[in-house]
Design a protein around this ligand. Sequence first.
Ligand SMILES: [Cu+2]
Length: 165
Amino acid sequence: MSVRPSFSSLRVVVPMLMLAVAGPVLAQVTVTAPWVRATVAQQKATGAFMQLQSPAAVKLVSVSTPVAGVAEVHEMAMDGQVMRMRAVPALDLPAGKPVELKPGGYHVMLMELKAPVKEGDQVPLTLVFEGADKKRETVQVTASVKALGAPAAKDDHQGHGGHQH
Ligand SMILES: [Cu+2]
């Protein structure tokens, strides 16, 4: 009858081990629905868009991709009457709050494209985030290429009308 006590102490140990394993996963930045706008011949730059969310406050400090010589984080801002974009050194992700990179707002600018990116292509992106403790986390995603002038949401709605993609 001395078996029972040792079984019940095992049950206490197992959940504690699971918590220890789950810990690092919680620190991961989530990248949702990454996409890149398709280009036409001779076009040397395009934008990459996605939604980012981090459980802890971090900054997106660098982006790279094999398809472009240069990748920068850009913001859109009014310059007098004209909307212009400019590079930002880092993009802040507040803890637990989604940050949207979308046409007309923040975006990842891909420049010095090595070849046109065509609808249906898959583009690997490497995102580097830095926490308040200066620790860096690298996240790899694959973005799908969507046609020029087709915003993701609008395109989804058209899909309901028997439109073939
Ligand atoms: Cu830009």
